[in-house]
Design a protein around this ligand. Structure first.
Ligand SMILES: NC(=O)c1ccc[n+]([C@@H]2O[C@H](COP(=O)([O-])OP(=O)(O)OC[C@H]3O[C@@H](n4cnc5c(N)ncnc54)[C@H](OP(=O)(O)O)[C@@H]3O)[C@@H](O)[C@H]2O)c1
Length: 264
C-alpha cells in the first residue's frame, strides 16, 4: 500500500517545499482545472529508461509514494477516469472511489470509462452495482451490451471503420453526461491514440528512478497491427509537437520527478 506522507520539493517554479499534507491543498492548487470546463489530462509513470511497467507487467512496480501523492490529487479533481480495456484487465480495475479527505475532492462519485474495440469488459467490472461506461464501436457495443446495462454502453463508430472508436465523440459523450474533466490513466495504446487525435490537453509524467531494460513499452505504444516497414519498432515518428512545462516536482528522498506538461 502506498503512503502519501513523502515530502516533495517544487523545483519549477520554485523552489518550494511541499511537506506531507493530508488535505493536499497546495498540490491541488498546482493541478487545478476548473469544474465544468472540458479538459483531458493524462497521467502516466515511466522509468528513467522509458519503461511503462516493471517485471510483473504492472505500473505498480515502477511507481512510488511520491507518485501516489499526485495520483490521488488528480483523481480527486476528475469527473471520470478513462482507461483502455488492456489496463483494466492487467491492473484489475474495479469501480473507483474518490480519494477521501483531499481539499479539492469533487462531490459526485468518480466514474470509470473504458475504451474497447472488442467490447470485452473484464468480469470484475460487470458484477458490481457501479458498472463502467464503455466507449466502443459497432461490433464492440453488441458484445458489451451482453455484459452491461444498455445505458452504460456508448457506441461511437469511427467514420472510416464502424468497429473503431471515435475518441473525440467519446469525450463529447462524456461531457454530455457532466463528465467534463477527464483523467486518462492509460495505457500506452490508448494514450497513443488520444495523442494522435490531439485530444490530450496535458500530460503528467512521473519519472521513476529505476531502469527496466527494453522489454516494457514506452508510455505510448502502437496498436498491434501498425505499419511494419519502417525502422526501430515499425511505426514512423509523429511530427514533433511542443510541450510546455507547467511545473516540476522532485521527491528529495528518492529523486522521483513529477512533471506537468501542457500540450496546448
Ligand atoms: N506506466 C503507466 O503509467 C501505465 C498506465 C496504464 C497502464 N500501464 C500498463 O500498460 C499495460 C497495458 O498496455 P496497453 O497498451 O495494452 O493498455 P491499454 O491502452 O489500456 O489497452 C489496450 C486495449 O484497450 C483498448 N483500446 C485502447 N485504445 C483503443 C482505441 N483507440 N480504440 C479502441 N480500443 C482501444 C483495446 O481493447 P480491446 O482489446 O478490448 O479492443 C486495446 O486492446 C499494462 O502492463 C499496464 O500495467 C502503464
Amino acid at each position: 500500500m502506498r503512503s502519501a506522507t513523502t515530502p516533495l520539493d517544487l523545483l519549477v517554479p520554485g523552489p518550494e517545499h511541499l511537506p506531507p499534507d493530508p488535505a493536499e491543498t497546495r498540490l491541488a492548487a498546482l493541478y487545478e482545472t476548473p469544474a465544468g470546463t472540458p479538459s483531458v489530462r493524462a497521467n502516466m509513470v515511466a522509468t528513467v529508461d522509458g519503461g511503462a511497467w516493471g517485471a510483473d507487467h504492472l505500473s505498480g512496480s515502477i511507481n512510488d509514494d511520491a507518485d501516489w501523492r499526485v495520483f490521488r490529487v488528480l483523481r480527486a479533481a476528475a469527473d471520470v477516469v478513462l482507461i483502455g480495456a488492456g489496463t483494466a484487465r492487467h491492473e484489475g480495475y474495479t469501480a473507483l472511489d474518490r480519494p477521501a479527505g483531499l481539499a479539492s475532492a469533487a462531490e459526485q462519485p468518480l466514474e470509470l470509462a473504458l475504451v474497447s474495440r472488442s467490447g470485452r469488459v473484464p468480469q470484475q467490472l460487470t458484477t458490481g452495482d457501479r458498472p463502467p461506461l464503455v466507449l466502443t464501436g459497432a461490433a464492440g457495443a453488441r458484445t458489451a451490451a451482453r455484459m452491461l446495462p444498455a445505458d452504460r454502453v456508448l457506441a461511437l463508430p469511427a467514420a472510416h471503420d464502424p468497429d473503431e472508436v471515435d475518441l473525440r465523440a467519446g469525450l463529447a459523450a462524456l461531457a454530455d453526461r457532466g463528465l467534463a474533466r477527464v483523467l486518462c490513466e492509460g495505457g500506452p495504446t490508448l494514450l497513443a491514440a488520444m495523442l494522435a487525435d490531439h485530444l490530450v490537453d496535458e500530460l503528467c509524467v512521473t519519472t521513476s528512478p529505476l531502469t527496466v531494460g527494453p522489454g516494457p513499452s514506452r508510455i505510448v505504444a502502437a496498436p498491434p497491427h501498425g505499419p511494419v516497414d519502417t525502422p526501430a519498432g515499425g511505426v514512423p515518428a509523429a511530427p514533433p509537437a511542443p510541450a510546455r512545462l507547467a511545473h516540476l516536482l522532485h521527491a528529495p528522498g528518492t529523486g522521483t520527478l513529477l512533471a506537468r506538461w501542457l500540450l496546448r
